[in-house]
Design a protein around this ligand. Structure first.
Ligand SMILES: Cc1cc2nc3c(=O)[nH]c(=O)nc-3n(C[C@H](O)[C@H](O)[C@H](O)COP(=O)(O)O)c2cc1C
Length: 184
C-alpha cells in the first residue's frame, strides 16, 4: 500500500451505526485486538483491559446505558475499554482509535458508545462483573456496514444523523510557527 493509499484509508473511517447481520470472523477479531494491544501508553503502562461481548442480550442491555448507545444493540459484537483509573483517559482515546482503525482494515465498521452518566457506567460494570475501581466509559460496537448509507453517519435505521458530518478546513485548525499565522 502506498502512503497515499494509507492516508486515504485512515481518512475514510467514519462511524458506522448500522450493521449487516453477519458476524465478525475470528481472524478479524484477533487482528483488531492485536492492533489494540500494541497501542502506546504513557510510560508504556498499558493501563487497560478489553472485554469482548457478542451475546445479543448483553449488547441489548448495554445499549440502554448511554444516551447514544443504541447502536450496540444492532452490532454483532462490542469491545469494552476497561481502564485502570480515570487518569488514563488520553490512553483510552488512543486505544479506541486503534481498535477502530484495526477493524476498518478488515472492512469492519465501528462506533463509540459512551456509557454515562456514572450510574449507567456502574450498572454496565456490574452486568459484566468488572471490578468497581476500574473506569469503563467506552464501548465500541463493531460489524460490517449494513449498506453504503451506513458509511455516511446514519444514526439509526432510516434516520439521518443530526450531527454535522464534515470537518473544519485545515486552515482553520493549523497554525504555522505562531498562533494566528495560517498555512495557506
Ligand atoms: C469521545 C467520543 C465519544 C463518542 N460517543 C458516541 C456515542 O455515545 N454514540 C455515538 O453514536 N457516537 C459517539 N461518538 C462518535 C461521534 O459522534 C463521531 O465520531 C462524530 O460525529 C464524527 O463522525 P464520524 O466518526 O463518522 O466522522 C463519539 C466519539 C468520540 C470521539
Amino acid at each position: 500500500m502506498s502512503s497515499e493509499e494509507i492516508v486515504k484509508f485512515m481518512r475514510s473511517m467514519r462511524s458506522v451505526r448500522r450493521f449487516a447481520p453477519r458476524p465478525v470472523p475470528e481472524d478479524a477479531i484477533r487482528g483488531i485486538l492485536e492492533v489494540g494491544r500494541w497501542t502506546g501508553s504513557a510510560k508504556n503502562t498499558q493501563p487497560w483491559e478489553l472485554l469482548l461481548v457478542r451475546e445479543p442480550a448483553t449488547l441489548q442491555a448495554l445499549s440502554k446505558l448511554g444516551q447514544f448507545a443504541e447502536h450496540l444493540a444492532r452490532a454483532p459484537m462490542a469491545v469494552l475499554l476497561i481502564m485502570n483509573s480515570t487518569a488514563n483517559r488520553f490512553d483510552s482515546g488512543r486505544l479506541a482509535e486503534r481498535l477502530m482503525l484495526g477493524g476498518w482494515a478488515y472492512g469492519v465498521g465501528s462506533c463509540i458508545a459512551s456509557l454515562f452518566p456514572e450510574e449507567n457506567e456502574a450498572q454496565a460494570k456490574q452486568l459484566l462483573r468488572v471490578p468497581g475501581d476500574r473506569e469503563m466509559r467506552t464501548a465500541i460496537s463493531f460489524g460490517y456496514p449494513a449498506d453504503v448509507a451506513a458509511l455516511r453517519a446514519s444514526s439509526d435505521a432510516g434516520r439521518r444523523s443530526v450531527l454535522p458530518m464534515g470537518r473544519k478546513p485545515l486552515n482553520d485548525l493549523v497554525h504555522l510557527e505562531r498562533y494566528g499565522e495560517h498555512i495557506i
